[in-house]
Write a protein that binds this ligand. Structure first.
Ligand code: ATP
Ligand code: MG
Length: 602
């Protein structure tokens, strides 16, 4: 099968002329930066534990700044749901995390023991994460909106020994299943709420208040397990990806290259630390750079987000396509009432970023959006549009310095074809292939917990296979086509849903789109689109025809959707990604029971 089109050229390259706020980006000459980079040199940007005792994420993120000139700089500013603001300087964060490390040590919790969090974006979450890392325990963050079953599953799978949560979340999600979690020894509750009645739990505030704020991080091997992250579950049951302390080398280096962090930045990552983005780039990378992080406890609200960007003077903003599409839906006018003059760099990750959104950034924020690509397994950004380089809207960028990518020829199932252990690397531009990475970068996952064979199946011919399909253009820019499982096979062509979704979004009535292949006796599959409309449009047959016609002109009849359904509530994972497999399951009429199981597992 051949791809039906080469990378989209409908959007003009965005040329960088001069630098916003006159700050020269960290990488301006991509080729030179790529050629010069080595992970050994990247390691030297970090300190290591004093006395050559190894490498610990929390030391790099907190203690080394607390011991130097950044001691009194605000490390994290938490904007609380009730309107309060809490702050911790690097010095204060070093002490509070020492206290929590002592709490764990006092409970007999040590190296390798799993410490889970089920918390909103509150200060105690950050103290727990960094304190547990100091104690060489393993942090496993859970998204606080998970239901009881996903919480139980992950605690059981991950051998959770400690859980830090709130009384309400505990009562609702953990107490009913605690007898099924024999390995869960300590539950520590956070919050002002009365919880004397919650049996078998400890009180975070009391434990921390009575612990010493002196703590020496024990020797930490860079290969010691530090984090356990469950994947988003977009394509199936979530997997527990294991990450080690050495990952901080990649977090720091990509903070420099992909997020363009500078010393005095005010950084806002909108991802929840329950997901890998919120951990790698909401906590570790920015703190390792000693910048100030802003954390918003509340959920998305267009007006409030702009207010936050302005009032906090955010300079670097890392967010997600789903949030940007919602902002776009609200209209650029909402942005214009706010002073975004300090904002210098905007980046996005998690799903393909439609070119229209990249360009819209210029209207709303005065800056284009820089897409980048990575996954839970890679632990850090691998492919990016850089602050100092031109942007090709719709492309996820180029391989970061230190990252070697390849596209591998696909077999019938859309995954790289492996023959006698070997794979075929595609050299030509414009040809689809499975995106692969050469193992060896520091934040690469070291395994899927309890799933050795699933881990081994991710490697072939000396490459890590990502499960995503992409194309490369003549100059090395990579263009996301779709997940191997989502790619549509119709009448001898392979179609990436992203390309179709992006074209649909260019229609003025379309706010968001999810595209799938539905079985067809003649073509194998035909393209079907589910679209949600912008606030000023109503579903109608005329509008449907108009959108179909628009898509045909833009994509050609072979690629344009045959069918369009209106759906104002496209199904999404808890992290906000469109669940194409759920759209497909519904389309195929799987029993409702199956669907609700699928949704409950999110
Ligand atoms: P699961 O592996 O459980 O199915 P998931 O793949 O959604 O879930 P994550 O690790 O959170 O879990 O997401 C990584 C995936 O998200 C990537 O493999 C890719 O499919 C998609 N993705 C991330 N960033 C981008 C991007 N910039 N462009 C296109 N796709 C992206
Ligand atoms: Mg995945």
């Amino acid at each position: 099968m051949t791809p039906v089109s080469t990378p989209t050229t409908a959007w003009a390259t965005i040329r960088k002329r001069g630098w916003p706020r006159d700050v020269t980006p960290n990488v301006v000459d991509y080729e030179a930066a790529y050629a010069e980079f080595s992970w050994e040199a990247a390691r030297t940007a970090l300190d290591g534990l004093p006395g050559g005792r190894g490498l610990n994420i929390a030391h790099e993120a907190v203690d080394r700044h607390a011991a130097g000139p950044r001691r009194d700089r605000v490390a994290v500013r938490w904007l609380r749901r009730d309107g309060r603001t809490d702050e911790a300087t690097y010095g204060q964060l070093a002490r509070s995390t020492n206290r929590f490390a002592n709490v764990l040590a006092g409970l007999g919790v040590g190296r390798g023991d799993r410490v889970f969090t089920l918390l909103g974006r509150v200060p105690e979450l950050y103290v727990t994460v960094l304190g547990a890392l100091k104690n060489t325990s393993v942090v496993c963050p859970l998204f606080s909106a998970f239901g009881p079953e996903p919480v139980r599953q992950r605690l059981a799978l991950g051998d959770g020994r400690v859980l830090v949560t709130t009384p309400t979340l505990y009562r609702r999600k953990v107490a009913p299943v605690r007898d099924q979690l024999p390995q869960l020894e300590h539950v520590i509750l956070v919050g002002d709420e009365q919880h004397a009645d919650v049996h078998g739990t400890l009180d975070f505030a009391h434990l921390v208040a009575t612990a010493s704020d002196d703590f020496t991080i024990p020797p930490t091997d860079p290969e010691d397990m530090a984090l356990l992250h469950f994947t988003s579950g977009t394509t199936g049951t979530p997997k527990g990806a294991i990450h080690v302390h050495e990952a901080v080398v990649a977090h720091h280096a990509t903070g420099t290259s992909a997020l363009d962090l500078h010393d005095d930045d005010i950084f806002w990552c909108t991802a929840d630390p329950g997901w890998v983005t919120g951990m790698s780039y909401g906590i570790i990378a920015p703190l390792s750079h000693g910048v100030t992080c802003v954390v918003d406890e509340a959920e998305f609200d267009a007006e409030r987000w702009y207010r936050l960007l302005a009032s906090q003077g955010v300079t670097v903003w890392y967010t997600a396509p789903t949030a940007l599409r919602m902002l776009m839906r609200a209209g650029a006018d909402v942005a214009h009432g706010h002073d975004l003059s300090r904002l210098r760099f905007v980046a996005s990750v998690g799903e393909p970023l439609n070119p229209e959104v990249v360009v819209w950034g210029q209207t709303a924020f005065g800056l284009p959006v820089h897409d980048n690509w990575w996954q839970t397994e890679t632990g850090g950004i691998m492919v990016a549009n850089l602050a100092g380089c031109d942007i090709r809207p719709g492309s996820m960028g180029r391989a970061l310095p230190g990252v070697e990518v390849a596209l591998l020829a696909q077999g019938k199932d859309g995954r790289a074809e492996v023959r006698d252990g070997a794979v075929e690397v595609i050299d030509a531009a414009g040809v689809d292939g499975e995106l692969a990475l050469r193992p060896g970068w520091p934040s690469m996952f070291r395994g899927y917990l309890h799933e050795e064979s699933r881990y081994e199946a991710c490697f072939a011919g000396g490459w890590y296979l990502t499960g995503d399909v992409a194309r490369r253009d003549d100059d090395g820019w990579l263009w996301f086509v779709g997940r191997a499982d989502d790619v549509i096979k119709t009448a001898g062509h392979l179609i990436g849903p992203f390309e179709v979704e992006s074209a649909l979004m260019e229609h003025p009535a379309v706010a968001e789109a999810g595209v799938i292949g539905v079985p067809d006796p003649v073509a194998g599959e035909v393209v079907k689109a589910f679209v949600s409309l912008t606030d000023d449009h109503e579903p109608s047959d005329d509008l449907r025809l108009d959108i179909v016609g628009f898509a045909r002109r833009r994509l050609g009849a072979a690629v344009a959707p045959r069918e369009i359904a209106f759906d104002q509530h496209l199904p999404k994972t808890k992290s906000g990604k469109i669940l194409r497999r759920l759209l497909k399951a519904r389309e195929l009429g799987l029993p409702e029971g199956d669907l609700s199981t699928l949704e409950a597992a999110r």
